[in-house]
Design a protein around this ligand. Structure first.
Ligand code: CO8
Length: 263
């Protein structure tokens, strides 16, 4: 696949992982409408390509993942334009969480505002030790508009979400780990490699099972527990009609590696 059709993205396949790098280092990779649109195209392409087994999202340069939505572009927006912009961001977030493949944010520096929200829209976050997270929108007289209030609430609980969104403070990678915002902290410059390695591990698992686990966890978070548990029972049973289930269990019993076909 050619990366050249994108102005603001670099796209690179590393084995089964597609690494999408937001490439506006002069603006610390801030998100404008074009970046959101290009990400939407790149994610759609990754969804349709069977060779791509997972996505890694990151930012260009050692300093920033994404330092937020583009403040210069937002400064003149009308309420209607702001609604369209936030709606596009939310549509991208929904696309990432409904993609039947893992999506990992490799946070290599600042993940602020819309950058923290983009990372939160991924399935999980690997942070470099120099990563910094925050929702500083209140300093600009606005609030997170790309899922920050709601995904933070669900990821780290109300009290931490309230502090981050009302105080606008930045937290370090180790603090993000303590509160469950980041899953793992790695050395400076190592977040993408760690995320690619995780995609490689996931790529040898049963793909139907991986997709179903992701779907159940994302959808179940907003469902009453009995209903969500019922969905799990049905999905578990449904996998027993797949070749992958027979192959996975036969391989275990024969003490060999499974060769899943995604059927
Ligand atoms: N938007 C536009 N430009 C930016 C942004 C941004 N968010 N962040 C940094 N830049 C630019 C700077 O203006 C500067 O440009 P120039 O060199 O032309 O002056 C360049 O990037 C480098 O930045 P700094 O010189 O400021 O670098 P420092 O190391 O001094 O500071 C910081 C780094 C602390 C990250 C600082 O740049 C900063 O505070 N940036 C803004 C962070 C912020 O407030 N982010 C939240 C924005 S609001 C938001 O994201 C709302 C999302 C809502 C919906 C989104 C829907 C998709």
């Amino acid at each position: 696949m050619s990366a050249s059709k994108f102005t603001y993205l670099l796209v690179d396949d590393r084995g089964p992982a597609r690494v999408i790098t937001i490439n506006r280092p002069e603006a610390l990779n801030a998100l404008n409408a074009e970046v959101i649109d290009e990400l939407t195209v790149a994610v759609t392409e990754a969804a349709e390509d069977d060779a791509v087994r997972g996505l890694v999202l990151t930012g260009a340069g050692p300093k920033s993942f994404v330092a937020g939505a583009d403040i210069a572009a937002m400064s003149t927006m009308s309420p209607e334009e702001a609604m369209t912009f936030a709606g596009r961001g939310h549509a991208l977030g929904e696309m990432l969480s409904s993609l039947p493949k893992p999506v990992i944010a490799a946070v290599n520096g600042f993940a602020l505002g819309g950058g923290c929200e983009l990372a939160l829209a991924c399935d999980f976050i690997y942070a470099a030790e120099n990563a910094r997270f925050g929702q500083p929108e209140v300093k600009l007289g606005v609030i997170p508009g790309f899922g920050g209030t709601q995904r933070l609430l669900r990821r780290v609980g109300a009290a931490m979400a309230l502090e981050l969104c009302m105080r606008g403070n930045m937290i370090r990678a180790d603090e993000a780990l303590w509160i469950g915002l980041a899953n793992r902290v790695v050395g400076k410059g190592e977040a993408v490699d760690a995320a690619v390695a995780a995609i490689e591990e996931i790529a040898v698992m049963g793909p139907l099972a991986v997709a179903k686990a992701k779907e159940l966890i994302h959808r179940g978070a907003d469902m009453p527990l009995p209903e969500a548990n019922q969905r799990e029972i049905e999905a578990f049973a449904g996998l027993f009609s797949t070749e992958d289930q027979r192959e996975g269990m036969a391989a275990f019993l024969a003490k060999r590696e499974a060769d899943f076909k995604g059927r």
